[in-house]
Ligand binder design. Structure first.
Ligand code: 1PW
Length: 211
């Protein structure tokens, strides 16, 4: 079981995201998402449609990272500059760059807020709390506004199947419930810093509504 999922793996990757001058390394950002995908897959096949879109987005970014212009994709900051300077981003629908790094990462960025809100509510939850309710609330307060009805519906169905709080803490595989809560308390400020830096960068460059 040495390579099985643990919450530690996700949080470690997001911790590595920030450079000394507060830029966000794409390599670790997508590594964090890869860990989350393996987590979602461990929750059952109903999560497959959620994780498969994340897998697609990871793959698009990974392709940019490994192609000849890979160094331009070292950080989110360098990607934004490179793609904007070279007109590689569709600012409106129907252009010739529908899968820019900027718009692809924006989808993961919006989803990161869901994760952050959900983990925060889990951290402060009580024994009576229902994981599925916490997760739906987090979804409705964040990502849901960007999804059409049909996806919101499907996400709702998937979230209903989440295990109860005790089992959920166990699936996170990071020690006792108290250990998990402590770990979340340490790691969430880092995820929220990565989120906020990305948010500010996208806002400054008017990229928050990319089609
Ligand atoms: C257990 C808690 C896990 C929280 C992880 C959050 C993952 C969120 C992924 C939601 C994906 C839903 C299905 C896909 C929808 C796409 O249409 C949508 N993608 C995302 C990531 O929101 C938008 O991408 P698109 O269609 O504009 O390329």
């Amino acid at each position: 079981m040495a390579d099985s999922f643990s919450l530690h793996n996700v949080l470690d990757k997001f911790k590595l995201c920030l450079s000394d001058n507060k830029e966000v390394y794409i390599q670790y950002y997508i590594a964090g998402w890869r860990e989350l995908v393996s987590f979602m897959n461990s929750l059952g096949s109903v999560f497959y449609f959620i994780s498969s879109d994340v897998v697609k987005k990871i793959q698009i970014l990974d392709n940019y990272l490994t192609d000849e212009n890979g160094p331009q994709y070292l950080t989110i900051q360098s990607m934004v500059k490179y793609e904007l300077d070279n007109k590689l981003v569709d600012l409106t629908k129907g252009g010739s760059h529908p899968e820019s790094g900027c718009r692809t990462l924006l989808r993961l960025h919006r989803a990161l807020l869901w994760l952050q809100l959900f983990l925060e509510s889990l951290r402060t939850s009580t024994e009576e709390s229902k994981t599925s309710a916490l997760c739906s609330e987090a979804y409705n307060a964040s990502l849901a506004q960007y999804h059409p009805w049909i996806i919101r519906k499907a996400a709702g169905v998937a979230l209903c199947t989440l295990p109860g709080r005790d089992a959920f803490f166990d699936v996170m595989n990071a020690g006792s419930h108290q250990d998990v809560i402590t770990l979340l308390g340490e790691a969430l400020p880092q995820i929220s810093e990565v989120y906020q830096i990305t948010q500010d960068l996208y806002a400054k460059n008017n990229l928050l509504d990319l089609p």
